[in-house]
Write a protein that binds this ligand. Sequence first.
Ligand SMILES: Cc1cc2nc3c(=O)[nH]c(=O)nc-3n(C[C@H](O)[C@H](O)[C@H](O)COP(=O)(O)OP(=O)(O)OC[C@H]3O[C@@H](n4cnc5c(N)ncnc54)[C@H](O)[C@@H]3O)c2cc1C
Length: 398
Amino acid sequence: MARLKIDRELCIGCGACVDACLYGALALVDGLAVVNDLCVACSACLDVCPVVALSLPAAQDASLSADTASGVWVWIETQHGGAAEVSWEMLGKGRELADARRVELVACVLGSRCQDLALSAGRRGADRVLLVDDPALAAFQTDVYARVLLTLVTAQRPEIMLFGATTRGRDLAGSLAADLRTGLTADCTELSIDPENGCLVQTRPAYGGNIMATIVTPTRRPQMATVRPRVFEPAPVQGDRVPTIERVAMPPVGELATEVLAFVPSRSDENLGQARVIVAGGKGVGSAEGFALLAELAALLGGAVGASRAAVDAGWVSYAHQVGQTGRTVRPELYIACGISGAIQHRAGMSTSRVIVAINSDPTAPIFDIAHFGVVGDLFQIVPALSAALRQQLGDQQ
Ligand SMILES: Cc1cc2nc3c(=O)[nH]c(=O)nc-3n(C[C@H](O)[C@H](O)[C@H](O)COP(=O)(O)OP(=O)(O)OC[C@H]3O[C@@H](n4cnc5c(N)ncnc54)[C@H](O)[C@@H]3O)c2cc1C
């Protein structure tokens, strides 16, 4: 049922609300605005009405008040039929936040034939899984997904909503936050609950990584945040847990601006995020040929090649390899930094790696401050020597 109220005495039939509505929920009939069941109470039309003829009952305003909102929600992103690993990381952090707030943890699973994903989300600790399973959700489309989530959020009123800071997660979270007129903090590196007021405390680097900013959304709900992959530990699987799955019918989404014609995977997608070993190079590597030495070592270790921004800017490797604040966040078992000074913006993307080995000719390079093992020397001697030793070891094993 439509929630928007239209004062027919005030309406002048200008059509501004019809143009502003993303959902096709408003039309002009006999020179006056009328609303239909596609209305999701997003309130976009309220701002454009020149005569204040439109209103939403306070309790149904999509921008929720802090008093009525409850629960921590996590959007589970589908990737190649499974979940994006970052979604499980969000569930792990979501569990902590929900426990601190003593509220339920809810996983939102949207997709087509994704019952298994919903079961997995339940086994990863969600108290409840909201499942919208519909062929219209088979391919990710920001506008469709945002409208479905908007319907769920306005109906159930969570206080916190978390997304992985993937390309899709960033897009979806931004779109939803705009519709809800609430705050969104991107690329958080830490999330906690303020014990004084129960607000979500969102920490992220600011001013080029020179300071850590603490951001709160004191009045609007939900408090929304994105977090990059590999910042938090994934929620463990609890095999004996019986998930609670709530199926929700696909809500009407109105007219859409986009249509998915085909899916063409990107060839340049280097799977840095999943690599267990990364051999990364910086300005000290000196050339694209220098990176071939690193690629050889990475291949011997079954790993991937990473890079500092300086190396990417120099054109020696593509941006897909960049690690750091404006590149990927990685958390491999082993990170070998070759000819990288260790600027704060680079460290922001790799400092949580399990073991860091730094190879640098300058003993005062800041990378040594966070390295578990440091080698002071020329990478052009050390990297080939490492590769040769590994080749010999592998040969001996065969
Ligand atoms: C807003 C903003 C965002 C940024 N985002 C990123 C980001 O995402 N990722 C990122 O990496 N940077 C980022 N930067 C850039 C960052 O500040 C540094 O400039 C960059 O990381 C430096 O790269 P580097 O360590 O390769 O180069 P340098 O700082 O020039 O260091 C090169 C190192 O190589 C060593 N070296 C030289 N020759 C040899 C040799 N033969 N053998 C061994 N060692 C050798 C040198 O001693 C030196 O320590 C960002 C900057 C800003 C302002």
